[in-house]
Design a protein around this ligand. Sequence first.
Ligand SMILES: Cc1cc2nc3c(=O)[nH]c(=O)nc-3n(C[C@H](O)[C@H](O)[C@H](O)COP(=O)(O)OP(=O)(O)OC[C@H]3O[C@@H](n4cnc5c(N)ncnc54)[C@H](O)[C@@H]3O)c2cc1C
Length: 485
Amino acid sequence: MPKADIAAAALRTVLPADCLLWREEDRRPYECDALTAFRRLPALVALPRTEEQVRQVLRTCSRLGIPVVARGAGTGLSGGSTPHEEGVLLSCARLNRILTIDPLERIARVEPGVPNLKVSEAAAAHGLYYAPDPSSQVACSIGGNVAENSGGVHCLKYGLTVHNVLGVRGYTIDGELLELGGRALDGPGLDLLALAIGSEGLLMVTTEVTVKLLPRPPCAQLVMASFADVHSAGNAVAAVIAAGIIPAALEMMDRKATAAVEPFAHAGYDLDAAAILLVEADGTSEEVGDQIAEIETVLRRAGASTLKVSGSEAERLRWWSGRKNAFPAAGRLSPDYYCMDGTIPRKHVGEVLDAISRMESRYGLRCMNVFHAGDGNLHPLILFDANDQDSWERAERFGTEILELCVELGGTITGEHGVGLEKLNPMCVQFSPAERAAFAAVKEAFDPKGLLNPGKLIPTLARCAEYGRMRVHRGALPHAELPRF
Ligand SMILES: Cc1cc2nc3c(=O)[nH]c(=O)nc-3n(C[C@H](O)[C@H](O)[C@H](O)COP(=O)(O)OP(=O)(O)OC[C@H]3O[C@@H](n4cnc5c(N)ncnc54)[C@H](O)[C@@H]3O)c2cc1C
């Protein structure tokens, strides 16, 4: 009997009939995440409703040696929840209950399938909210956020997911319960909670998350500053932080990004500027007033040609709406876009944007930049056509060259979107063989059979050796005279 049929028969004994999909047309919607260039049809899709059903699915698959890939909302941008063709895609979408909101302890316990924004909506009655705010927050799940250690525009001041989660509960592939962290700020022993956050579904399947809730700031104001060149805008970002100011958000958009967004968001952006910065202050009205004045002084000194301060909440939200819709706006310019995610030390922002513009000519593809400048977290959006294989291959090489430049300048190959399938090759550049072996040893300690989300995040030695031989550095292929097979 084929392995998928054996798995289906075994899973039918632990799941209700409506929790298992096996027909091709039912499995098709799960073939990719938001990085749609990578597609694989899973052998089966499990849609458990309870934690006990998750445990049973994992135990069953472990016993039969069947790979399992956990999935939240499928908004990931690195192929983290791309299925395994011979495996079970374990959707956590139905585990979507908010279990408790405790306004006294300022925490919420939620199931992993709860969309990020729902936590803040549920906490709003108590004047509280959950700070990490990915632009995908209306859809992406807390389980996915934990697995990717997701960020957002306000993470400069309030931290990433890892700084806002107190505990996770979940199961290993063998169905063993893991409870990491708790309700307190720190716990005894090794910090396995921090290890689990950002582990991209390779170590455990999360079934419950305890998050911190913060009091909603009473007041917020946004400064919009225009710059005549991207260098001055990049230097202004570094100057704000160097002045000891930690804004609630510090975002940058280049002219291509503002031009793409403005026609449908009508945000009011300066389309003549080479780049704009959006800098937010929040707190009491006195704190906001003081910080806005400081931000204006620093930005003016750094060469801002125009400065505007939001005069009302409606105006502040309108200016944000353009930034929040920048990714979809790329879809107006091109059939497809490839969103990169690397970090660099802030002082290199201008230099990297110049390098990206040279790469645009070399690869014959356009690229718009809209990113978390305060964190030095770049999001170049490379515009390409997925129906044209050559265009996709150029986009991939373009993206890899950007990430390798980030590493060269002391940055990283991912700021918040994770490695998944997409960044396996750049992992070979970022980490030494000894470091990659340490990652593999950690994976083996949790999952000795390598069944949980296999083939993601940690490249094999053989892959890195092959990539080293094939690596195109600054457009030059090593030993270009040799034939490639
Ligand atoms: C338009 C757009 C804007 C975005 N903006 C941002 C942004 O501002 N900041 C940011 O950080 N990201 C952003 N993202 C990326 C994405 O939304 C995040 O990575 C998000 O955390 C993914 O959540 P998800 O529920 O969709 O997870 P999925 O894509 O379903 O899965 C992501 C990873 O999590 C694992 N996983 C999911 N659930 C579980 C679980 N219960 N247990 C164990 N592992 C699990 C999967 O195996 C996979 O490895 C954006 C994406 C889009 C499409």
